[in-house]
Design a protein. Structure first.
Ligand code: 5RP
Length: 230
């Protein structure tokens, strides 16, 4: 089965947790966009009604508007019932690396405001430890970004400035992204804390304690994992 089909299966499975009256976080990336399109389809056919979406990126916002999904903001609706978003890596504790699509800061703001964060992936994203296959994206203020690069290297990362269209990639906030290869990470929460202490680092792609559910699709079907209570 091809990866797109698996992503579609995970996206459709997740949409069943959306109910009328809910405020719904709309994630970013190719899998989350499939969920957004499915939500648009459910609204159009009348299978779902009376929801408000909060998009995690300008690209998702444009897609949701084109599909006629009613939108709101965190200012008007500070609590999100359910968010459906993708991930680049998922570990056995349901901790994540996100930000492959560059939307990590808005995605984390939305995730923090969400009661039930549902992550949709194909099974290739399941890893024994974060950092095994994917770099940790770190969003930095352009001013003095070389200083942040040296700091990240001092923590053991091999660091690349994410390229864009002939110039550095810019996030929706106008910032740069440094993709950091730390190798498999022993303690992602501790690393995340260290990154947050550095001025000039806006946000990082380690999503710790945020995913409530992970829905992964593979050759053997859908696997639905839920976070164990602490
Ligand atoms: C965007 C993200 C995406 O959710 C993540 O990169 C996964 O994307 P895809 O579903 O295309 O593999 O974090 O910032």
């Amino acid at each position: 089965m091809d990866t797109n089909h698996l992503k579609q299966q995970a996206a459709e499975y997740a949409a069943r947790f959306i109910e009328p009256g809910m405020v719904v976080g709309l994630g970013a990336g190719s899998t989350a966009i499939l969920a957004v399109r499915h939500i648009g389809y459910l609204l159009k056919t009348g299978a779902l009604r009376d929801i408000l979406g909060i998009p995690c990126s300008t690209q998702t916002e444009a897609e949701a508007r084109a599909l006629g999904i009613p939108l709101t903001t965190l200012e008007n609706h500070p609590i999100i019932d359910v968010t459906i978003d993708g991930a680049d890596e998922v570990d056995p504790q349901l901790e994540l690396i996100k930000g492959g699509g560059g939307a990590l800061t808005r995605e984390k703001i939305v995730a923090q405001a969400t009661r039930r964060e549902i992550i949709v992936v194909d099974e290739s994203k399941l890893v024994p430890a974060l950092g095994t296959t994917w770099d940790v994206p770190v969003e930095v203020v352009p001013f003095g970004y070389g200083s942040q690069q040296r700091y990240l290297e001092s923590l053991g990362a091999s660091v690349k400035l994410r390229p864009g269209d002939g110039q550095p990639y810019r996030t929706d906030q106008g910032n740069f992204i440094l993709d950091c290869d730390f190798g498999p990470i022993d303690d992602p929460a501790a690393l995340g804390e260290r990154l947050k202490q550095r001025t000039g680092i806006v946000e990082h792609g380690l999503f710790i304690g945020l995913a409530a559910d992970v829905i992964s699709a593979g050759a053997g079907g859908i696997q639905h994992q839920t976070r164990k209570s602490p």
